[in-house]
Design a protein around this ligand. Structure first.
Ligand SMILES: Cc1ncc(COP(=O)(O)O)c(C=O)c1O
Length: 412
C-alpha cells in the first residue's frame, strides 16, 4: 500500500479490524470450493431454512408491489407485532413508538451505541464477549471497561464486579445473555442483582442483547432487564430475526427502549434516516409473520439445538487436555484449550495460543473453530464451536479433533 492509499482511509476506518468470525466463514467457503472436506464449527448461524410462513409473507409482499420506501423505523404493523411480542414474552411494557427495526441485530447494536455513547464515555462489558461490541464502542469514541469473568464462574460477571467497574463516566453496560461466545446465561436472580446495581448509578444505561433468548436449554428461565421496574426506563433491548428464526441473511434486527419518552429510539431513528433509511420494505410483513405465526417452527428448531448441545458437550468433554462448561443457551460451546499450549501438532506446528490451535486444526484435521482471542477477557484460552450444524457433522468433526488432540506431543 503506498502513502496515498494509506491517507485515503480515515483514522477511524483504518483502526477497525474485520470480523474474525466472518473471515473464518469466508476461509471455510474457500477451502470447500477447493474440494476440501471441512467440518465448520465456526459459523454463528442456524443451518435450518427460514420458516416457510416468513418466506411466503415476504414473497407475497414483493409480488403485491411493496417495493417503495417504508417508514424509517419499520411499518406500524411490524413494530406493533414486535411490541406485542416483547410485552407478552419478555414482560416489557412498550408501544410501537418504542421500537425500531434495523438491518440486522448488529446494526441495532451499532445504532444504540451511537445514540448513547459520547467520546470519553465508558462502557462496561463483561468478557469474553461478542467481538463486535468493542469496535462499535470505539467508533463512538467511548472506552470499553472490561469485567473479566472466567469459566470458574460460568463466564458470568457478578453484580459486585459490575458495581466495581462503574464510574461517573459510565454511560452503558452491555449484557448479552445467553452469551455468544460462551453459551452460558444469567439466571433471573443474577439479572435482578445486576439491575439493582445499575439502578443506583446516575446515568448508566443497559444494552441487553437478547438475540438468543429463545434458544435456552434444560429448565432455565430467561429474564429481560427491560421487564424490571428499577431499570426499565434505562434499558434498551436488542433482538432480531437472525438466530431464533434461522434468518441471518435477511438482515433484520430490532431495538426497544421505552424509557425517557423514547429519546433513544428517536435518536436511533434519526441516525438510521441518515444512513440506511430502513430495512427492505417488503420484509416488514415477514417480521409480522415471524412474530405471530411461527411458534411450532421455533419450538422444533430449539429442540433440535438442545439435542445437539447435549451431543456436542458429551464429545467435547471427552477431549484430552480440554475442559468445557456445559452450554445453557445460544448454540455455542467455549472449551478451554490452554492445556494444549506448549505442545506441538502432528505436522510440527507449535500450539501456543488459541489462534495457533485453530489454525493447525483447520490445516491438519479440516475442522474450523473460532479462536477466542477476539472475544477479550480470558477468551484467548478458549475456542468457540457452534453446534448449529447437523449431528453427523458434530460427531465426525468432534472425532477428528479428538484424534488430532491425541497426536499432540509435549514440548516444542
Ligand atoms: C450476541 C450477538 N448479538 C448480535 C448479533 C447480530 O446478529 P445479526 O446482525 O445477524 O442480526 C449476533 C450475531 O452473531 C450475536 O451473536
Amino acid at each position: 500500500m503506498n502513502a496515498t492509499s494509506i491517507d485515503a482511509v480515515s483514522t477511524r476506518a483504518a483502526a477497525i479490524k474485520p470480523s474474525a468470525t466472518l473471515a473464518l466463514t469466508a476461509r471455510v467457503r474457500e477451502l470447500r470450493a477447493d474440494g476440501q472436506d471441512v467440518i465448520g464449527f465456526g459459523a454463528g448461524e442456524p443451518d435450518f431454512t427460514t420458516p416457510q410462513v416468513i418466506c411466503d409473507a415476504a414473497v407475497e409482499a414483493l409480488q403485491g408491489g411493496m417495493t417503495h420506501y417504508v417508514p424509517v423505523p419499520g411499518t406500524l404493523d411490524a413494530r406493533s407485532a414486535i411490541a406485542i411480542r416483547l410485552q407478552e414474552r419478555n414482560g416489557i411494557e412498550c408501544t410501537v413508538d418504542d421500537v425500531i427495526i434495523s438491518n440486522g441485530g448488529k446494526f441495532s447494536c451499532y445504532l444504540a451505541i451511537q445514540a448513547l455513547v459520547d467520546p470519553g464515555d465508558e462502557v462496561v462489558l463483561p468478557t469474553p464477549a461478542w467481538l463486535s461490541y468493542k469496535p462499535m464502542v470505539e467508533l463512538a469514541g467511548g472506552t470499553v471497561v472490561e469485567v473479566p469473568a472466567g469459566p470458574d464462574q460460568d463466564f458470568l460477571a457478578s453484580a459486585d464486579a459490575i458495581a466495581a467497574a462503574l464510574s461517573p463516566r459510565t454511560k452503558l453496560v452491555i449484557i448479552n445473555s445467553p452469551s455468544n461466545p460462551c453459551g452460558t446465561m444469567y439466571a433471573p436472580d443474577q439479572v435482578r442483582a445486576i439491575a439493582d446495581v445499575i439502578a443506583t448509578h446516575d446515568r448508566a444505561w443497559i444494552m441487553s442483547d437478547e438475540i438468543y433468548d429463545q434458544l435456552i436449554y434444560g429448565d432455565r428461565e430467561h429474564l429481560s432487564f427491560g421487564s424490571l421496574e428499577q431499570v426499565k426506563d434505562r434499558t434498551i433491548t436488542i433482538n432480531g430475526l437472525s438466530k431464533t428464526w434461522a434468518a441471518t441473511g435477511w438482515r433484520i434486527g430490532w431495538a426497544c427502549a421505552p424509557g425517557q419518552e423514547g429519546a433513544v429510539i428517536k435518536a436511533m431513528s434519526r441516525l438510521q434516516s441518515q444512513s440506511s433509511s430502513s430495512i427492505t420494505g417488503f420484509l416488514n410483513p415477514a417480521v409480522v409473520a415471524a412474530c405471530t405465526r411461527t411458534d411450532d417452527d421455533v419450538a422444533a428448531m430449539r429442540s433440535t439445538f438442545e439435542q445437539r448441545s447435549a451431543l456436542m458437550y458429551e464429545l467435547v468433554s471427552a477431549w484430552p487436555r480440554v475442559t468445557c462448561p456445559s452450554p445453557a443457551g445460544a448454540f455455542y460451546v467455549f472449551p478451554d484449550v490452554s492445556g494444549t499450549f506448549g505442545t506441538t501438532s502432528q505436522d510440527g506446528r507449535p500450539i501456543d495460543s488459541a489462534t495457533a490451535f485453530a489454525a493447525a486444526l483447520l490445516e491438519e484435521a479440516s475442522v474450523a473453530v473460532v479462536p477466542g482471542e477476539a472475544f477479550l477477557g480470558c477468551g484467548g484460552n478458549h475456542v468457540r464451536l457452534s453446534f448449529a450444524t447437523d449431528e453427523a457433522s458434530i460427531t465426525e468433526g468432534c472425532g477428528r479433533v479428538h484424534r488430532w488432540l491425541e497426536q499432540l506431543s509435549i514440548g516444542v
